[in-house]
Each structure stands twice: as structure tokens, then as C-alpha cells.
Design a protein. Sequence first.
Length: 706
Amino acid sequence: MQATLIFPPATDPRAPHLGLPYLAAVLRGAGIPTRLIDADIGGLTALLRPDAVAANLKTLERHRPGGMDAASLSGLLRRGEALTESIPRAFAILRDPIDFFDAHLFREARATLQDGLDLAGAAAGRPVHYSLCPIRYDVDGIDEQSLPDLIAVTADRHSNLFDRFWETELLPSIAADQPGLVGISIVNRQQIIPGLTLARRLRERGLFVVLGGTVFSKFVTKLMQLPEFFAHFADGVMVYEGETAILELVAQLEAGRDFSRVPNFLHVHAGRVRLGRTHVEDIDRLPVPDFSDFPLQDYLTPAPVLPILTGKGCYFNECKFCDIPFINSVSKKRYRVRSPEKIAQDILALNERFDCHHFEITDEALPPRLLDRLADALAPHAARRLSFTGYARLEPGFTVSLCEKLSRMGMRKLFFGLESGDQATLDHMAKGIRIEHVRPVLQHCRDAGILFHIFSIIGFPEETERSARNTLRFFEDNADIINHPGNSFDIHPFGLELRTEYFANAAHLGVEIPQAAIDKDFVIGVRLDWSNTRGLAGEDVIRLVGEYGAALRRIYSRFHNAELHLWPGFEEFAVLYADHYAGRDFPFRTTLPDDDDPSPFSLAWCPDVLVDHDGPRIRVSSRSKVVTLSECAYRLLGSGQPRLAREFLAECIALNLSGTGEEARPRLRRMIDELIRANLLQIALIDQPSRVRQGLGGGVCTPTER
Ligand code: SF4
């Protein structure tokens, strides 16, 4: 019997996900033929093929959708004309070992793919919002937390962006194998609608379909009450961990079909939902994940970045806002870890088999001691030039010597959850870190050449504005360590997750949640739909996030005056960039150099802006901003010629671009920096390769060319 395991859309396919390769390794190890399908990267690629883009464009020209403002639609349609050519080039850039590291080309390529997705979403019978950053797949008018909505939307082919690809290619190809088992892994909220739609289609073709992945493991209690869910979507749902369970399931499918013997398996028997015994895996006995079948050359990177796991759960496991302790409660041990020697063997095996040199360690929080031992185990293999990224806690265990050792191992970037710059708030959430330990840890990372990301949040239960300001102050006070193009940070509004201690104690914390927000079938969290009666109100959190974001862009203006990090921040991109730029200058910036900076730079209009005559003036539009200026100003600002800041500003003042005299200088700087931030202008030091200026060619139209 063959098993076919599918990773459905929609995520941002930068790399394969880890869960299915583990199952494939277990199944193949037991002699069971197994096929892995990444329908996520497959779906994205199919949706952005030139013929699909052209068809979407035609649909939109015939029928203008509601729900999109006229300016955005008109910009999309104008850029759309070039998309049949610019999208293939965008894919090529993201997969190219040189172009990928050109931050301007990278940004433009990602934005071009997004244009294609926006076009597809707008052309659908019912508007669909599919984006890579932030990852999003929403269908207008559908709440994916509601079972009736899910039943309705998965039956509506007009709201399925992948319908054509599935009908003509994916479904026939799966059916041709006649698999005895089809597994669909749903690990993100954004995969729920496409994943369940796919499950439904496969079941209509008579296949035995099982859902797995972390999302539905959160809903075991709810699913026990919903035989209707199974009637529509699945013959069973595999929850928690699947390696042992899937072997038993195959055995039962081949003989006996007694599904009560399958651990971690929800299924319907005699009209009722049943759950088999709970089984927790021995992490040390898991095989090396098997990524063969996944199209490693197709992901949105120039080289594979593979996920690896060193342990399941979290060794700390106590933060009151986090739902990992709940997910982890299936095991008696808070953290089950694989031996460092085995982890090293896994890494070496993947390096050899897939020629992979970049790895993302996907553990929730990597203990310093484990990393220390892993570095020892990998030390004899330094010649392989491996690079890593992963998540960790801001603990004093990250000493000078450990950070140096990790740097030698190839650790390129660590992602740290600071959460708050206020000790009382950290203690309130039981984060278990001391604010005075944070700066030394970051310093040790910086000195060892390890980049870092800092996650922070404001609006915790009972958090006041004073506490939230301490988080901003942390970034102000530590700018000397943090300010590097490869470091990244964010300040998010707090979202209340249901399976957390904060939710369990909501009443004691003055947290009020409207019943309607949780009276749904599949609720993971209530983002802003709750009241912090003893802390910051929701609108204050939004205001402060905006204010702090603007402050951070000012403080870190040289490289971070942008909506998206210029040095891409996502794990897979970050580790590749960190490896590429180790020991090299990063020539891209987000502001003009200082007046006394001797580095020549070039400033040019971004190749993907739209340029129009507006009487004697020129109107330049990016996806987020429109400016109108004189032709002289247009030519001067975007000349692309080598410049020095002082002389360049003097020329702008002479042209009266934003007033005359010395007092115009700061105003001009602000204006130009704002144009850079809005992706109207782009700036690079001039030792940049000339391709910076070439761009993808989509939508550019200089006044003289018209
Ligand atoms: S926030 Fe991180 S450290 Fe805290 S319990 Fe969750 S995973 Fe563990």
C-alpha cells in the first residue's frame, strides 16, 4: 500500500516543513512506499505561471472586483501587464545565488510575486487574500474558526485559487498512484481552508484521507463532539505525534481496520468520535527526516535551508502567554531531547544527501548546554561550512566562550523572545529572564559575530503604558549593540491565546473576553477581541505600536527605515544572508549617508515604481505611496549617479526641492528618507553591481520613454 503525504497551501514556501519528512522516513524505513507532495510551493508556482497570470488579468479587465480601492486596483492592473514576464524573473532572482543577495532585487522580486497573488485573489469568483508576508489566506466573508463556514467555503470552487491546478494536475496525479492512505499536514492557520478543501476533494475521489499537523491537535476536545467534521473532511485526524501512529494506521488499513488500536488517532465509530491511546515518541529513536520527493530547487531561496529538530517541547515551559506548555502537556517531560551526537549525525547526513549547508533548528527554545554539546559534536566537521539559525532564551548561559564556540559551529543568527523591556512585566508573565542579563547576552552574540532577532510585545494583561515604554526604552538604550543590518526586531500587539495560563486566569487579571469571540468551533486565540480592563486598552496598544515603530525606524534609520527588513528577517533568508555577508560589507541602506560620510552612493527610482506625467509634473507611485514632483526633481533624485551626501543635498537645495538655505537640509533628508522607506527610491553604496539598477523591468516608464 502506498502512502501519499501532502503539505497544502498556503504558507511562504521558503523551505520544506519538517513533519512529513519524519513520517516519510518512518514509513519508508518500514518498507511502505511513500510519496511526499509539497502542494504549497507547487500551488504557488502554478498560480503564478504566465498563462494563469494572463487569464487573471483578462478576468479583472472584464470584471472589476469590489472591495479593492480604485487606486490599488489600477496600480495592480498596470503592473499586471508586465507580470507575465516579471514573475518568471522574480522566481529566478530568488533562486539565483548572486541576485538573491541583492537586497533591492530581493525586495522587488518578492513584491512582484505578491502582485501576482493579489491579481489571482482579486480575479477569484469571491475575493481571496493570499499573501506571503504576512502569511495570509482568507476568503472574504469566511471565518475559518466556524465549521459551517468551512463546510461552505470548501464546496465553493470559485473561492479556491488552486482549483485549476488541482483539477488538471494534482488530483489526477495523486489518484493515478491509488494510494491506500493520503495524509494532509496542517500546521498553520492559513492552511486550514486550502487544506480542508483538498481533503474534501480527495475524499470525493474515494481516497482514505487523514489530517495531521499541529493545528488540529489543539482541538481534540472540540473534534470529539463534531462527527460532522469527519463526514466532510477526513476519515481520521492524527493528533500530537504521528510517527508510531502512522505505522499502526497503515497496518490497520492493510488488515483488520480496527482504528481503535491506532494511537493519537481520532476517528468515527458507530456515529461517535473516538480517540486512540496517547503515544509520545522517543525523540532519540526517530530516524533522519527524509526530504527526498520535495522539490528543494523550487523553494524561494538559492540554496536549500532544511529544518532540523533537536528536541520537542520547551525546557522552560512556563511563560503564561504561550501555548507551548499546553501542546507539550501530552508528554510527562517538558523537553524531550535527542542526543547531540545523533543530531550531528542527522545534520551530516542531510548535508551529504541534499548538499545542504544551511539549517534552521526548529526547537521552541535551544538550551545553551545542548548547543554547547552540539558544537562539540560538529567540531570535527568544520570543513563542511555549515550554517545554522534557531530560537533561544536570553539567558546568561550564552557566555562569551559559548557564543564564540557557536559562531565557530556556524550559528549565524539567534531569535530571542525578549517580550518586554520591563522587569515587572517579565515577572508577571513568568518569562524567567532578568533584564540585566539581556545586554550581556546580545553583546556576546555581537562580539562573536552571531546576529540576532528580538521579539517584543506590548499590551500584556495588566500592562501599563509605563511598562510598555520600558520596552521602547530597551531598544533606545541598546541601539549601540543592536544596530546592524542583519539584526532585526519587532514590537507586536499582544494577542491572547486560548490554551495559556493568561487565558485560564483571565477573570483574575481583569481580562474580559466577549463570549462571541470564543463561541466558535476552532478558536486558537483572540487577537484584539478582548479587553484589558486593568491595563492598556486595545486602541492604546495600536497607537503605541505605531508610535514605537516610527521611533525605531528613526533610531535605526540607517538599515531599518523600512516596512520590511532590508536584510531579510525570516529565518531561512536570514541564515543565507548572514552566511553570504560574513566578512563582507552590506552595501544597501534605508537613508542617505551623513553629510560627512565619504562613501559615494547612488540613489535611483525603484524599478517597480509607476511613472506618469501629470501636466508639467511627474507622478511616481509605489505600492504604498504616490508623490508628484517637477521633472528636474525627478531626474535629480533618481539619477543613479555616484554622489556624496553633502554635495547632493546642496544640489537639491539649489533646485529648491524643499526650500532653500541650510535650514532646508534636515527637511530634505526627511523627505528623501521617506521616499526610500516607501520603496519609491532605493539607495546603495556605489560599489554595487550594476544589476541593482536593472530591476525586473516591471512597470517602469521614464518621462522621456513615454
Ligand atoms: S515563550 Fe518560549 S520559553 Fe516561554 S514557554 Fe513558550 S516556548 Fe518556552
